[in-house]
Ligand binder design. Structure first.
Ligand SMILES: CC(C)(COP(=O)(O)OP(=O)(O)OC[C@H]1O[C@@H](n2cnc3c(N)ncnc32)[C@H](O)[C@@H]1OP(=O)(O)O)[C@@H](O)C(=O)NCCC(=O)NCCS
Length: 193
């Protein structure tokens, strides 16, 4: 498999595959995926957009991740801003890259693909901090949580509810740049894996 950087048009060209990986990874139903498809297409045009993809030797999409500069007027940013007190807003949102999606097809999980994607994405990201949201889960058994903790993400908000979603989320963050030692997996960046 190989990890590649994606331009906005690369993601848009493979939007069907992106939505399929997303649906498999999150276990979402078709209706919800159609809504997300529209959002993902629009996200690719946001300032500071960065994306990575993992392709199999046959060119099949095994995983992807993307994010952009977090700013006022964006729904996610505004929800998080409202929930933070002033010092934390300054601390986390002044110059922030949001990791919006990070997914690996279930059949490809557990081989370091997610870690390599996250490392590459953060290496390309502009900003002083990075934030993401992830469903609340058992930190010991959730692969996503273990991954984020390995990368040094700390709690920014816990048990947070976005309007219209009944699941509890955590908002996790860390400073950028990613120090060499912050994520010990041996992913050297955009290379064959
Ligand atoms: C979360 C997610 C992106 C992580 O991707 P992943 O490829 O499964 O994760 P990794 O391979 O980096 O880490 C998984 C395991 O591989 C191990 N690993 C890391 N590097 C490795 C390597 N080079 N070789 C073999 N194994 C390795 C890690 O120790 C890790 O073990 P652990 O899960 O027991 O801690 C992926 O599991 C996923 O898409 N999950 C469903 C959707 C989701 O939760 N997305 C995030 C929501 S915000």
């Amino acid at each position: 498999m190989r990890l590649v950087p994606w331009q906005p048009d690369d993601l848009l060209r493979r939007l069907d595959d992106v939505v399929s990986v997303y649906g498999e990874a999150m276990g979402y139903r078709a209706e919800l995926l159609q809504t997300r498809r529209g959002y993902i297409g629009a996200h690719a045009r946001r300032p500071g957009f960065r994306a990575v993809a993992t392709l199999t030797t046959e060119g099949r999409l095994a995983g992807f991740g993307y994010g952009y500069t977090s700013g006022p007027g964006q729904w996610w940013h505004d929800q998080v801003r409202t929930a933070l007190d002033e010092p934390d807003r300054r601390r986390w949102l002044t110059d922030c890259f949001e990791v919006v999606e990070l997914h690996v097809r279930p059949s490809a999980q557990g081989h370091g693909v997610g870690a390599r994607q996250l490392r590459a994405l953060l290496a390309m990201a502009a900003g002083a901090t990075v934030l993401l949201s992830t469903p609340e889960a058992d930190e010991q058994t959730s692969r996503a949580w273990r991954l984020y903790r390995r990368f040094g993400f700390v709690d920014v908000l816990r048990d947070f509810y976005f309007p219209g979603d009944e699941r509890a989320f955590a908002i996790l963050g860390r400073d950028l740049p990613l120090a060499e030692r912050a994520a010990p997996e041996d992913a050297p960046g955009i290379v064959g894996i």
